[in-house]
Design a protein around this ligand. Structure first.
Ligand code: FEO
Ligand code: CA
Ligand code: CA
Ligand code: CA
Length: 599
């Protein structure tokens, strides 16, 4: 990537006001264009998008999925490590579907029609889109490129790392516990230094149902549903194995002949090689099993372990760090580094120090704590399958819903959003989660002591989100009309050291209150100057951001515009306008003078 340019001001734009327009708003001197919305023909026979919701399951398998989220741009040269800012692979997540938008009249019948289920499964996952900048500066999909690919909730995948082959991932589909089908609820993302994409499985548990009175801990601690799956996929008729697997109840057969273990093959970070359209995605089980929001590498050093951070976005859950066993060497680095290492969980002490606590079957302290708690683990695979339980035992700090992380490109300082937690009581307040009934969230940051792989760190609160006048204690930061915000979620450092912050207000905050529509802000991590850069359309979430290497094109994802629509009664018509149904989409942002974004 281009080295930081000290001649370019970090935040040179004029902050924009909040609004509730059904449009993208960016500062004066910038332009924004919707790109690759849900349903865009992507490969195969390039089936046309139909605005009445009547595209089939087969169509959706060849079209861009719904609910865009994490995103990365891989320059076409040097397998994504090059400098090409005019052509590359845009890879982005599809988190979930909207019951009211995906079919002509929404989701109406149970049992579900198999082709509707096929469409819904196909709307999840990841899109790989080969894109090119045109002579007029706009961007277009390269039609018929062999790189254009859909990965869905049914794509064959491998389990890699310590859980591969465990008896707890043996299913009818994979009697040796090495394979599974699909990735679901792909929220935040990451990318590796070796040119591959990482997608995260967040709220996957509710897609499965287990009606047993007693669920195994691998199901119960994560919220596998008790009555029905989130979209009733398990009821698809005519019945097919690929949908029946969402029912993980005991059905009296040997484990290898049923789907009791199917949920255990979800909750992972998945590595995808976008430059090899035939590659089989790899679920990297050494990184732990939880509600992965996103994934971010620590600052890389030749000859040192790779360090990977990931948050578990659920109320009172944790922040994790993986440290590889093998050192990083640029010439040999690859996915094998993510198969073997130690997974740690964070404890934030009251005095501003912190510790990484190992979740390791070979660590005597950890095993002593487990024994004291009356918990046994058979092996490291069992620890990883039950990462949340292991973190409880280790004594980690329960956080206000950890979402994305970001690592400063020069200093290696780590930032994490804590989106909100209205369930925290006054008695549960701690220094790292300092507000009871935290409706607006905050951003925490830390520096590892000595090396990125260290087990001790020093932390502080970067920003308390809230209305105008909200102060971050111990700092000069007081929010104004230029930067008040709630529910920070997406987070990314650009190569110039600007911290981009995206918001995901939902529920009552989404339609009313002082914050307008969800937004994106830019922050200077040193001065704590914060300015609003973008406001999204009605009832959307702003999530996922990346730039080309020259920093002159920014890609931002807009998820679930018109989130509160009923079938045929849409609260947003973005991006197509008129009476169209709303569609999640990427937004391409450029500066009208051709300059660096943010400058
Ligand atoms: Fe999918 Fe935690 O946002
Ligand atoms: Ca999120
Ligand atoms: Ca969120
Ligand atoms: Ca979302």
């Amino acid at each position: 990537t281009v080295p930081p340019d000290t001649a370019v001001p970090l935040l040179g734009f004029t902050a924009i006001a909040t609004n509730r327009a059904d449009a993208i708003t960016v500062p004066q001197g910038y332009s924004a264009q919707a790109f690759l919305p849900w349903g865009t023909p992507l490969n195969g026979s390039y089936p046309e998008y139909l605005d009445d919701g009547s595209n089939s399951g087969s169509d959706q398998e060849q079209q861009v999925g719904s609910h865009h989220d994490g995103i990365h741009f891989f320059p076409i040269d040097a397998r994504g490590a090059g400098e090409n800012s005019q052509e590359g692979l845009l890879v982005f997540n599809h988190e979930y579907i909207d019951n009211n938008l995906i079919h002509t009249n929404g989701i109406t019948t149970v049992p579900r029609l198999a082709d509707e289920v096929r469409k819904e499964v196909a709307a999840h996952g990841v899109s790989v889109a080969h894109i090119q900048q045109q002579a007029d500066g706009s961007w277009a999909l390269v039609n018929n490129s062999p790189f254009n690919r859909r990965i869905t909730g049914a794509t064959p995948m491998e389990l890699a790392g310590p859980v591969r082959g465990s008896e707890k991932v043996v299913t009818k589909y994979s009697p040796d516990g090495s394979r599974t089908r699909g990735t679901l609820n792909n929220c935040g993302n990451g990318f590796t230094p070796w040119g591959t994409y990482l997608t995260c499985e967040e709220n996957w548990a509710g897609y499965f149902v287990n009606t047993d009175a007693q669920k195994p801990r691998e199901h119960s601690r994560y919220g596998v549903a008790s009555a029905n799956g989130r979209y009733f996929w398990e009821t698809a008729a005519p019945a097919a194995d690929v949908y029946q697997r969402f029912n993980a109840s005991s059905i009296g057969a040997e484990a290898k002949d049923d789907y009791r273990n199917e949920p255990n093959t979800f909750g992972w970070i998945v590595e995808i090689d976008p430059f090899n359209p035939d590659s089989v995605p790899q679920k990297r089980t050494a990184l732990g099993r939880f509600g992965h929001e996103g994934v971010i590498f620590g600052k890389l050093e030749e000859g040192q372990p790779v360090v990977v951070y990931s948050g578990d976005d659920s109320t009172f859950e944790y922040i994790y760090k993986f440290v590889s066993t093998a050192p990083y060497h640029k010439n040999t680095a690859g996915g094998h580094l993510l198969n073997d290492g130690i997974l740690y969980v964070a404890r934030f002490n009251e005095d501003g120090s912190g510790e990484w606590l190992p979740l390791d079957i070979n660590n005597a302290d950890f095993i002593a704590k487990a024994t004291a708690a009356g918990v046994t683990f058979a092996d490291q695979a069992d620890v990883l399958l039950n990462t949340r339980l292991a973190a409880d035992i280790a004594g980690a700090t329960k956080m206000d819903r950890p979402e994305w992380g970001a690592v400063h490109p020069d200093t290696g300082e780590v930032y994490f959003t804590l989106t909100n937690n209205t369930q925290r009581t006054a008695a549960q307040v701690d220094a790292a989660n300092p507000r009871a009934s935290n409706a607006t969230g905050h951003i925490i940051r830390w520096n590892e002591r000595e090396t990125q792989a260290a087990t001790a760190f020093d932390w502080d609160i970067f920003l308390l989100a809230g209305d105008v006048g909200t102060q971050t204690p111990g700092t000069e930061l007081e929010l104004t009309a230029d930067n008040h915000l709630a529910s920070p979620d997406g987070l990314w450092f650009d190569p110039n050291g600007v911290l981009w912050i995206q918001t995901d207000m939902s529920g009552s905050q989404q339609g009313t209150g002082p914050y307008g529509n969800n937004q994106m802000l830019a922050a200077d991590p040193v001065t704590r100057e914060v300015k609003r850069f973008l406001v999204g359309p009605i009832d959307c979430e702003v999530t996922g951001v990346i730039m080309t290497p020259d920093r002159k094109t920014m890609f931002v994802n807009i998820q679930h515009p018109g989130d509160r629509s009923a079938p045929g009664d849409f609260t947003s018509h973005w991006p197509d306008g008129g009476s169209s149904r709303p569609r999640s989409a990427t937004v391409v942002i450029t500066k009208d003078d051709g300059g660096v974004i943010g400058s």
